[in-house]
Design a protein around this ligand. Structure first.
Ligand SMILES: [Zn+2]
Length: 298
């Protein structure tokens, strides 16, 4: 890798996100010596993405609808541009560069929100509008919390970091003792996934209870996926899963009790293998797959 830069989005939404992105890309490309040799730009983004049109159809958190990202970047930089859903890119990356060289592979990410990428017979499952794999908005409770997507009891409302964070705050506010309070110095804004996982490591009861609840909900949802898609391997990634082997073990146990034996017995189930550069490798994978069919690496 030649150069990597990371910037937070800082709560920006809508057009402001695009403006910021273009500013950053202007700076980034201004420092590049030899843009003529550049094959193109690969942009991956959460939400419902049409890769063929290069359009981000829908992202609730960024408040973006039908944004022609490819057109915008190609017009500005005069370079061929690929636009893909971020989870689709990561499942490709785990397939080609990670520990999971399987053509029937499901990648699930649990962070601020949930996402998944589904590879079937080595092809990405996209659906008509590029919306396949909205795993966080599958329901695990018919009489559950109403979600902004229109559904009720969405998995996202129970196990995303945002959901777990709000449970932690409620617990602290009602006087439940927890190491998380000590680790964050009593500052709610310092309660981040790494603090939660540190508390888990140290055997904090609240963190362990929450992890168990996450595992139950996630287990139920994953059993649905296993029974639907019969994957060769299923990978858990994202901040909530990274460095959380207990979660993996509990979900495996749930799966062993509830999924069809023939579908789950020899299914590989593990944690994501590409570390914090997964999305970067994912973006490169999209381009490599389309231009070269990965012939550069195999
Ligand atoms: Zn939903």
């Amino acid at each position: 890798m030649l150069r990597k830069e990371t910037y937070p989005i800082e709560g920006l939404q809508g057009n402001a996100v695009i403006e910021r992105l273009l500013e950053l890309m202007d700076d980034f490309t201004a420092g590049a010596e030899d843009l003529e040799r550049c094959v193109g730009i690969s942009l991956t983004v959460p939400g419902i993405v049409s890769d063929s049109q290069g359009v981000l159809h829908y992202n609730t958190k960024l408040r973006m609808t039908d944004v022609p990202l490819r057109q915008i970047l190609e017009d500005r930089y005069g370079m061929r541009t690929w636009v893909e859903n971020d989870m689709n890119s990561v499942v490709l990356a785990e397939r080609r560069f990670g520990d999971y060289a399987f053509g029937n592979l499901i990648y699930i990410s649990i962070g601020d929100g949930l996402g998944s990428g589904i590879l079937i017979n080595d092809s990405l499952l996209r659906g008509k509008h590029g919306g396949a794999g909205e795993f966080g908005h599958t329901s695990v409770n018919r009489s559950g919390i109403r979600c902004e997507c229109g559904n009720v009891g969405c998995l996202d409302s129970y196990i995303s970091w945002i959901a777990v964070y709000s449970r932690i705050i409620t617990a602290i506010a009602t006087g439940r003792p927890t190491l998380i309070q000590e680790l964050s110095g009593g500052d709610y804004s310092k309660i981040v996934p790494s603090v939660y996982k540190e508390a888990l490591c140290r055997g904090d009861k609240l963190a362990m209870d929450l992890n168990e609840e996450v595992a139950e909900h996630l287990g139920a949802a994953i059993v649905n996926l296993v029974n639907m898609f019969n994957p060769e391997a299923l990978v858990l990634g994202g901040e909530m899963a990274h460095g959380n082997p207990e979660l993996l073990a509990m979900v495996r146990k749930y799966m062993d009790r509830h999924a069809m034996p023939i579908l789950k017995d020899d299914m590989v189930f593990g944690l994501a293998s590409l570390g914090e550069d997964d999305k970067l490798i994912g973006a490169a994978s999209v381009l490599l797959q389309d231009l070269f069919g990965f012939t550069l690496t195999e």
